[in-house]
Design a protein around this ligand. Structure first.
Ligand SMILES: Cc1cc2nc3c(=O)[nH]c(=O)nc-3n(C[C@H](O)[C@H](O)[C@H](O)COP(=O)(O)OP(=O)(O)OC[C@H]3O[C@@H](n4cnc5c(N)ncnc54)[C@H](O)[C@@H]3O)c2cc1C
Length: 132
C-alpha cells in the first residue's frame, strides 16, 4: 500500500490489537491494523483457540473410554491425529476469518506486512514480511 493517512495505526492484530482497533473505529477514528501473519494473533491462530480444539478431542476420547460406566457400549475407538489437527486448524481459520469480517464491518483497514515506527506519527510497513 502506498502512503495513507490514519488517525490511528495498530501494529498487530491479536486480541489486544483488533479489539482496540475496532473500538477506535467505532469512536470515529480512521483506523488501520498492520499484521505480518494471521489476523487474530497468537490467541486465535496458535494459542487459546486451536489448543482448546485439541483438548476437546482429548475430552471426547476420554469420555468414550469411560462410556461403559454410563451404560454405553463402544466397540473400539482410536484417535486420528491428522483429523484432530485438521479440525483444530479449521476452527482457527474460521475465527481468523471472523476477525477479518469484524474489522471490515467496522471499517478498519487491514495492511499486511511487518510494521515499524518510522518517526513521529509515521509507521512503515514492509509487505515482504507478510504471510511468513
Ligand atoms: C499455547 C498457548 C495457549 C494459550 N491459551 C490461552 C487461553 O486459553 N486463554 C488466554 O486467555 N490466553 C491464552 N494464551 C495467551 C494468549 O494467546 C495471549 O495472551 C494473547 O494472544 C495476547 O494477545 P496480544 O494481542 O497481546 O498479542 P498476540 O496474540 O501475540 O498478537 C500479536 C500479533 O501481532 C503481530 N505482530 C507482532 N509484531 C508485528 C509487527 N512488527 N508488524 C506486524 N505485525 C506484528 C503478530 O504476528 C501477531 O499476530 C495462550 C498462549 C499460548 C502460546
Amino acid at each position: 500500500m502506498s502512503d495513507s493517512e490514519f488517525d490511528l495505526v495498530v501494529i498487530g492484530s491479536g486480541p489486544g490489537g483488533y479489539v482496540g482497533a475496532i473500538r477506535a473505529a467505532q469512536l470515529g477514528l480512521k483506523t488501520a491494523v498492520v499484521e505480518r501473519e494471521h489476523l487474530g494473533g497468537i490467541c486465535l491462530n496458535w494459542g487459546c483457540i486451536p489448543t482448546k480444539a485439541l483438548l476437546r478431542t482429548a475430552d471426547i476420547y476420554r469420555n468414550i473410554q469411560h462410556a461403559a460406566g454410563f451404560g454405553i457400549k463402544v466397540d473400539g475407538s482410536s484417535v486420528d491425529l491428522e483429523a484432530t489437527v485438521k479440525r483444530s486448524r479449521q476452527v482457527a481459520a474460521q475465527l481468523s476469518g471472523g476477525v477479518s469480517g469484524l474489522l471490515k464491518k467496522n471499517k478498519v483497514t487491514v495492511i499486511n506486512g511487518h510494521g515499524k515506527l518510522a518517526g513521529k506519527g509515521k509507521v512503515e510497513v514492509d509487505d515482504r514480511a507478510k504471510s511468513r
